[in-house]
Write a protein that binds this ligand. Structure first.
Ligand code: ZN
Ligand code: ZN
Length: 236
């Protein structure tokens, strides 16, 4: 049944695209049905090159011979590895902001959907047993009506992700520095069910990794063996 629905949807989408060709999500240029960006905007949406990043937290490294950033070297995070697909800057940052502020969910889908096979492959390589999301801010959820990490999990074909509980309120992070963020997040999440095996946390953006670290800590406290983190974007 699902396969038939998918075939039908593909047909309908093709027919609609013929009449109303989709536009690039970065500019008004028309693109082919399956394309997210036009040729120019595609170059502005920069993928994170993991070979130039910290092996654990994906932070860009200053020197070529290094494998870990100074933060992971001095204290290993609770997660095994955190990866953001795009650099959170320019076009990608604008797009994700628009997705959230203007509820442009389709734009989010058009960025996330092409990553699905890659995400599924990584989850398989990491032997992931379950997917978890960090607790959403109630106010953002009320005003937006959707939770981007939950959308991402769905677009990447993870069924019924576990939403971690908020055990303590964290302050708004935007104005905080790295160290304050980490203190601010400490002990804010809780996993209310016992878990086992390797887990994956799905989020929209990794900034310093403080949120990812707290989610991983909560999951491990509940029994997870290793925790991996995947996000649409990573602050460079
Ligand atoms: Zn464009
Ligand atoms: Zn690192």
């Amino acid at each position: 049944m699902m396969a038939q629905v998918e075939v039908l949807m593909k047909f309908v989408t093709k027919a609609v695209n013929l009449v109303f060709p989709p536009q690039c999500i970065g500019c008004p240029t028309f693109v082919q049905g399956h394309q997210t960006w036009c040729d120019i905007c595609r170059h502005l949406a920069v993928r994170v090159d993991v070979s130039e990043c910290c092996e654990i937290c994906s932070m860009p490294l200053r020197r070529a011979h290094e494998t870990l950033c100074i933060y992971c070297k001095s204290k290993r995070p609770a997660f095994e590895k955190a990866v953001g697909f795009y650099r959170y800057e320019g076009l990608v940052r604008e797009t994700l902001r628009r997705v959230k502020a203007q509820k442009r969910i389709t734009d989010g889908y058009r960025v996330a959907r092409p990553l699905r096979d890659e995400v599924q492959q990584m989850a398989e390589d990491w032997d992931v047993k379950g997917v978890a999301l960090v607790p959403p801010h109630a106010s953002a959820l009320r005003s937006r009506g959707f939770y981007l990490p939950a959308q991402l999990a769905g677009w990447w074909r993870f069924r019924r992700p576990l939403i971690l509980a908020e055990s303590r309120k964290a302050q708004k992070q935007a104005m905080l520095g790295r160290h304050e963020r980490s203190l601010n997040m400490e002990g804010t999440m809780e996993c209310l069910t016992e878990v086992s095996g390797n887990w994956l946390v799905v989020d929209d953006v990794i900034t310093t990794g403080a949120t990812a670290n707290e989610a991983a800590r909560a999951l491990r406290e509940a029994g997870a063996n290793a925790v991996f983190v995947l996000a649409m974007a990573r602050v460079p």
